[in-house]
Design a protein around this ligand. Structure first.
Ligand SMILES: [Zn+2]
Length: 161
């Protein structure tokens, strides 16, 4: 690695440390030019290919886990769901999308995964998100969705008793 101060070609690694989550290696280096001998830090991480989201109107935008998180957080406002739970959902969805799609993912695939995750996490958050995402045109459609959810919940309760 070239020294950023004197531009000498070589440096030596003094220390390598892996980040707590295992995604980054940090290296302390020292310039091999004895007249310089300054220290600097480099980071090594896996290259993420950009994932493009194709929206309903055929526009494209880069996938953003921050945006996904904000959407989820909004649906979960004032619900008993922790930041950690939301982060886990975001990470799981992003990992699944990157496994399943090469470079482009339809926004509907993201929406469906969010619905699925929220359905398991919290009924209220799920209905909130679904009502925006599916653009329920009338109360009847929304009510149908809520009833379906309620009957699923009572099925689960019956199974567990
Ligand atoms: Zn140097």
């Amino acid at each position: 690695m070239r020294c950023p101060y004197c531009e000498a070609e070589n440096s030596r690694v003094l220390e390598s440390r892996t980040s707590d989550d295992g995604t980054t290696i940090r290296r302390r280096r020292e310039c091999a030019n004895e007249a310089c001998a300054r220290r600097f830090t480099t980071y090594e991480r896996v290259e993420q290919r950009p994932l493009m989201v194709i929206k309903k109107n055929a526009d494209r935008e880069a996938f953003s886990s921050e945006k996904l998180y904000r959407g989820l957080a909004k649906a979960c406002e004032k619900r008993p769901i922790s930041t950690e739970q939301l982060e886990t959902v975001v990470n799981t969805i992003e990992r699944e999308l990157r496994l399943e799609y090469d470079r482009e993912v339809p926004s509907s695939a993201i929406g469906e995964r969010v619905m699925e995750a929220l359905r398991k996490l919290d009924g209220v958050a799920y209905v909130r998100f679904a009502s925006v995402y599916r653009e329920f045109r009338d109360v009847a459609t929304l009510a149908k969705e809520v009833l379906a959810l309620l009957s699923e919940t009572s099925d689960k309760q019956q199974e567990s008793t």
